[in-house]
Design a protein around this ligand. Sequence first.
Ligand SMILES: [Zn+2]
Length: 428
Amino acid sequence: MILSRFLVYTFLSALAAATPFTKEPRSRDIQPIREAYPGIFWDDALLQCGDEGFDILVEATRMALEVVTFRIDGPIWELPAWNRYFIGLGGKGGWESSELKGRTFVDIRHNIKQVGMFPRNGKPSRGGPFKRTKQVTYRCKEPELTNRCAQDPSSGGYWRGPTAYTQNPSLTGDGWEIVFCPRFFREDRIRYINRITDGPRLPHTEISRLISYEYAIIHEWMHVDIFGYLFHIEDVVAAVPFHAAQRIYGDSLCHKFAWINLDTIGGPDTGGVNFKTAMNADNYAWFFIYNWFHHKWNWDSNGAFTRRKRLVERDEEPEPYNDLSDTVMDTDIDINKFIIPVNCHVSGNDYRNARCDYVAGDYDDFVKELHEPFYTRKGCVLSAECHLSFGNYAVDPKCTCTCDDEITPLRDPRCEGFAGSLPTPPRT
Ligand SMILES: [Zn+2]
């Protein structure tokens, strides 16, 4: 009796200490949220984040998906945001100047597509339900013996430590986890991106002030391998001109990191585009955020680097959003990781028009399971041929769908999840 009371007490006090909001969660039906975003495991957040915190995570997840899929279907290399954080195609040293860079270009596009698809599609398992180990868990309580989040700002009102951080499944066995710290919910300048967009229009030079929940979520999503990225996307540590070696965080450093090999930023033009941006989470996050505001606010910049006078240049990110994820020194990046993913189709050297099929879950698992049947959300079985699309990106003619032990036409909504589009129906 005493023991159990002690346990209950320990459990409750641990919960209270780690919860950013003290109110008890109201009972609510989160099934629609589970179904809308099956790539995410929501149940821990419901218990740990409080009502208000949970609502913020749901709404910011919905909007983060809007942001990462916003106007990127066309020639992505022509976007000013691409030019700012990855550099446009063409010219000496551009993405088309070597096979390695061409491959890396395809990798970045694949990663950009995956982040926009995984939360809504996830990886269905046998019988329909989604397994927690194949989802990313959101949580607000830090795992036991972990103490990375600040619980309050300092006496001067400044927050230290991360807004959120991502944990590799090897630490918990429960799959990938994103821990949202009190700072994420309570720091004043972190707002919904819609509130910022609806507020006073700011010029593109103010990009680094536009900090949103969605930005923080997108940054963490880029670290989660189960989203299907070809390689683990890290926080790259590098030296850029006028800065000591440090994590490449924030708009300004990401922009400089992308342009580091071009003579506009310092030294002679050596290597053109910096293909190591493919490995840096914050380059992706800022790419999406810049692209959003560029369109919403009709910014006129083309994203190119222009040297600013030192007198004008101010410290743009006084408090880095250090999320304590894995880092890699740019000099240690293994360029052999940059290959054409098996799900991407490139004809000749036309990297620009590569097209990539959806990878449900971890890329290495996808490659291993290519020759095995897999499941749709509605519990039907797709044959192994359904993993990859065929010529002209139509579905492979050998792809079959079986629901309740019966071969079912692919156009049946229960069969959704095969790669490629349905062949055009014969004219009657
Ligand atoms: Zn990070």
